[in-house]
Design a protein around this ligand. Structure first.
Ligand SMILES: [Zn+2]
Length: 177
């Protein structure tokens, strides 16, 4: 039998009710499955400038004055020296150290849901940085390998999260004429 309410899970019946139970006719409980979506605001905090500069096509990292380590993604504080880092601009070029090909999308937000599978998540060591930057690499999976030169590309399309203002693409070597 097809239920008219598609989200119905079950109807819970009480085991027994006594004659003097004033609530007897309220103890039959229908349960339905409902999806809950929620939008909320959260702060990008101390690394906000990184995201704001992506709108201007600039790729920022942070550098520790004490040990000269460069963090990309940026960290406001050096974990070794506990010193507050400074902002530095990088060229946005780098090299793939390792990568994954995703055949299933986590669908964590509308930017991710819009991606066609399979797509590539690469760990990129940016020129001048000491840490790996994990992010989307727009390239055919069979053309991606460790050691591939890549660069940051900036999206002109509206996005939901500012991290999607950027992605990596392979560096195309200029053909000799
Ligand atoms: Zn340091």
């Amino acid at each position: 039998m097809t239920e008219k309410v598609r989200s119905k899970i079950d109807i819970h019946l009480p085991e027994s009710t006594s004659a003097d139970d004033d609530w007897a006719q309220f103890r039959q409980v229908e349960r339905v499955a409902m999806a809950l979506t929620q939008s909320y605001k959260y702060s990008l905090g101390k690394v906000s400038r990184f995201f704001m500069e992506l709108e201007n096509g600039r790729f920022l990292a942070t550098r520790c004055d004490g040990c000269a380590k460069v963090f990309a993604p940026p960290r406001p504080l050096c974990p070794s020296c506990l010193a507050v880092a400074d902002w530095v601009e990088l060229s946005g070029q780098g090299v793939v150290k390792t990568y994954s090909v995703l055949h299933f999308s986590p669908g964590s937000n509308d930017d991710v849901r819009a991606l066609q599978t399979p797509y590539v998540l690469a760990y990129v060591l940016l020129d001048g940085a000491d840490t790996l930057f994990p992010h989307l690499l727009k390239a055919p999976p069979d053309q991606v390998h460790s050691g591939l030169r890549v660069r940051v590309a900036y999206s002109d399309e509206p996005v939901h999260h500012p991290i999607h203002l950027m992605y990596f693409v392979p560096v195309v070597e200029r053909q000799r004429q």
